[in-house]
Design a protein around this ligand. Structure first.
Ligand SMILES: Nc1ncnc2c1ncn2[C@@H]1O[C@H](COP(=O)(O)OP(=O)(O)OP(=O)(O)O)[C@@H](O)[C@H]1O
Length: 253
């Protein structure tokens, strides 16, 4: 068995009296890509955000069950959510460049926050992160220009570089290509395969073909339940549950 980097055990996320996801137990294998698929409103984003305590700021949310990172429960008393978010980074649907900052400052923003000032170290991290995000060659001669001058696809790779700069163990990606054109989508899909050598990835996608192309494992969600989980190839070619089959063959969703 491959080692697990994360794992949820009977995870339920309540929004007030209703539940966004119910009783989900999902393994997240180390340095693999796990895709979460399912129709709109099935709970993919709700589940993803529980993996780095992004629901903490929402007073109506109540979490039940456990979320383990390297065997430790993220929701145990005394765990610092800020430290968790450094270990479990996030990339959102729309690129999130800081509008007044240069490309360089956008990438190193997380390190600045923790007090790193050494210019040489910041430069080394920026280069490493931009290379990992497959953006270095495109921006290396314009690092001091505003990040908002880049294309949407480049901005999304800036968001990825920024997330990687603090060396997370896990990267959560919430529909990272749904706002992008096909060429930029392809660039991001291509870079995922290289990224998983250094970071474990959990990706939410609306796009089943994308899940089939990039992921090692897939979980199918429906109405807040995880219906099926398994190796991507198996789930797409020989699903165990008729609801999974109906979804992947396009009969609903
Ligand atoms: N902040 C919130 N407050 C209350 N209910 C919410 C909140 N966010 C999501 N929900 C509900 O939780 C359920 C799951 O929503 P969620 O956004 O996780 O689904 P999703 O699969 O990510 O959908 P989509 O693909 O449309 O983004 C839905 O019924 C939704 O209405």
């Amino acid at each position: 068995m491959e080692p697990l980097r994360m794992e949820t055990q009977n995870l339920t996320v309540h929004y007030g009296k209703s539940a966004g996801v119910k009783n989900v137990s999902l393994p997240v294998h180390d340095r693999k890509i796990t895709a979460l698929i399912g129709p709109s409103g099935c709970g993919k984003t709700t589940f993803l955000r529980a993996l780095n305590r992004m629901h903490d700021l929402n007073p109506i949310v109540r979490i039940e069950g456990r979320v383990l990172l390297d065997g430790e429960d993220l929701y145990a008393p005394g765990v610092d959510p800020v430290a968790i978010r450094r270990r479990v980074g996030m990339v959102f649907q729309r690129p999130t460049p800081f509008p007044t900052m240069s490309i360089f400052e956008n990438v190193v923003a997380g390190l600045r926050l923790v007090g790193v000032r050494d210019r040489e170290r910041l430069m080394a991290v920026a280069e490493r992160s931009l290379r990992a995000a497959a953006l270095w060659d495109e921006v290396k001669n314009r690092l001091n220009e505003p990040a908002v001058g880049l294309s949407g696809g480049q901005q999304q790779r800036i968001s990825i570089a920024r997330a990687l700069a603090v060396e997370p163990e896990v990267l959560l990606m919430d529909e990272p290509t749904s706002a992008l054109d096909p060429i930029s989508t392809q660039a991001i899909e291509d870079l995922l395969a290289g990224l998983k050598e250094q970071v474990t990835i959990v990706i939410v996608t609306h796009n089943m073909q994308q899940a089939a192309r990039v992921s090692d494992y897939t979980a199918f969600f429906l109405n807040g339940d995880m219906i099926e989980y398994g190796p991507t190839e198996k789930l797409f070619t020989n699903p165990a549950d008729p609801r999974t089959e109906a979804y992947i063959t396009g009969r609903f969703g």
